[in-house]
Ligand binder design. Structure first.
Ligand code: ADP
Length: 495
């Protein structure tokens, strides 16, 4: 094989978040795990991601590899700096430009989205394309994620007409959440460098606006989303967020591949954040985690003998936090404890803090984002709550299963694909059919009753902990997709 061919990247991901460097949610967890899993399969993998102000890149010692990556955007054109590091066999390139990325938050402040998000992520996406151009050989697959990198497939599609460099590159777009589309004024389309012919209802245009996610859906060679159920749901008016039309047109190129859970990070047997590790056959550690949680959050001692219910997630309607608020008085009457970790909508935050006053010793709410605490809640609680209105995949329920904290969840999207509902012999958790307060309350009641019956509970916990959503299996599914797009096996790998 000629040297240049061997050095060619099989897959390069473009993403606005990657754990452990940056994270606001599940997207980061996926990008922290899938690229290394593909590298383990023998592929040559890279990731392009922004260098944000508050990120943990320093400890990975990134080195400057270009101080003059000409992005040609916005006008007058500016350059990006590119830093490089290695992460579990994957090359990671950081796009740096302080006025765009050196901010406290990635996308918004508590007042709302940054006014220049379109410029920021158009710049990022163009910098990614310019950087890939400098590699000497175009990656075989460019795999983009969510609206922040949605323009990349569109550019590559049009560049192919004039630039043979991209001739045999294929693009994949993964939708992690269809509700976030990156919808901006049409004026910004005309500055983006895409040709006018992309401005139509099967291209980048969406009801007169510029839609970055739609741009990716329209021009990527393949589209994926993060669970089979969500892949079917987004074709409907109810879940399609207005994009069901274009998704139905592209349905032949759409597939659902369930995310994995990164058990190197989320496993109670070796979790460095929890007070005591445990496993299905050594559960005393979990009791200790529960005790510590009770002490730490001033919950009543009597809760050592009652179940504690946990919620971790963005405090948004998507996550059904309003349903939990609705049923809180009835949940409290079940004599259980509740711990909530999250941030998001200010009204929900305020309401929950008020409720915490009302139910002192029984309800604790932590407004904020703390990775470490998320682990301790998974470990210390008995039951995990996830009443989402929709859930593309959901990772927290997979972690909850592994931590022996059976979930109570709406039967939607990835929740439906990962939880076997009670009362089957195979049950690993509890689901309810629709995001409805009464159905949710009934499912919580079922869970508490099952907890009270140690035989029922022990079996459920054992099966939950045995559920296996390892990334290697999901990575195989992505590999199948890449092969279908023409990715040839690496000869040096098969040798
Ligand atoms: P989504 O991506 O929709 O936010 P997921 O369930 O797919 O939801 O992933 C959420 C990820 O973010 C999990 O790793 C979860 O532990 C983490 N997370 C969410 N909210 C918080 C928080 N307030 N503090 C710490 N981690 C959080």
């Amino acid at each position: 094989m000629p040297a240049a061919e061997r050095d060619r990247y099989d897959i390069v991901f473009v993403t606005s978040e990657m754990f452990p460097f940056s994270k606001t949610g599940g997207l980061a967890d996926v990008l922290g795990a899938l690229p290394p899993a593909l590298a383990r399969l023998g592929l040559k993998v890279g990731v392009v991601t922004p260098l944000y102000g508050r990120m943990k890149a320093e400890e990975f010692d990134p080195r400057l590899v270009s101080s003059d990556c000409h992005v040609g955007y916005p006008w007058p054109p500016i350059t990006a700096e590119i830093y490089q590091t290695e992460y579990y066999g994957v090359t990671v390139w950081f796009v740096s430009r302080d006025e765009f990325f050196d901010r406290r938050q990635y996308y918004n402040t508590y007042k709302g989205d940054y006014f220049d998000n379109c410029e920021r992520f158009t710049f990022f996406s163009r910098a990614a394309v310019e950087w890939l151009k400098r590699l000497g050989r175009a990656p075989r697959i460019v795999h983009v994620n969510d609206w922040q990198s949605g323009l990349v497939p569109a550019w590559i599609h049009f560049l192919k007409r004039t630039d043979p460099y991209w001739k045999d590159t294929r693009t994949v777009m993964t939708i992690h959440n269809l509700a976030f589309q990156g919808r901006f004024s049409s004026r910004l389309f005309f500055d983006s460098g895409l040709p006018h012919e992309a401005w139509h209802m099967d291209g980048c245009e969406f009801w007169g606006d510029f839609n970055l996610l739609k741009s990716g859906i329209a021009y990527a060679d393949a589209i994926t989303t993060v669970s089979p159920s969500y892949a079917a749901e987004i074709l409907t008016h109810e879940f399609g967020c207005g994009l069901e039309g274009i998704l139905n047109k592209r349905a032949g190129s759409l597939r659902g591949i369930i995310n994995g859970a990164d058990y190197d990070v989320w496993d109670p047997k070796r979790d460095r954040y929890i007070p005591s590790c445990y496993a299905a056959d050594r559960m005393t550690g979990k009791m200790w985690c529960k005790k510590k949680l009770i002490r730490e959050y001033y919950l009543s001692d009597m809760l050592e003998h009652r179940p504690i219910l946990g919620f971790i997630g963005r405090l948004r309607r998507q996550k059904g936090i309003d349903l939990l608020i609705d049923i809180m008085p009835e949940v409290m009457a079940m004599n259980v404890g509740v711990i909530i970790l999250g941030e998001g909508n200010l009204d929900f935050e305020a309401r929950l803090l008020e409720m915490m006053e009302e139910y002192q010793g029984q309800l604790h709410v932590i407004v904020g984002y703390t990775e470490e605490l998320a682990h301790r809640i998974q470990a210390g609680c008995d039951i995990f709550l996830m009443p989402s209105r929709y859930e593309p995949c959901g990772l927290t329920q997979m972690y909850a299963l592994r931590y022996g904290t059976p979930p109570v969840a709406t039967a939607v999207g990835g929740l439906k694909d990962t939880i076997v509902p009670y009362p089957s012999d195979e049950a690993t958790g509890f689901t309810f059919a629709r995001p409805d307060s009464r159905l949710f309350r009934d499912a919580v009641r079922d869970a508490v009753r099952c907890w009270e019956d140690s035989e029922c509970w022990d079996g459920l916990v054992r099966r939950a902990m045995a559920s296996d959503f390892c990334w290697d299996r999901s990575a195989e599914r992505y590999l199948e997709l890449y092969r279908d797009l023409g990715l040839a096996p690496r000869q040096d790998f098969l040798r």
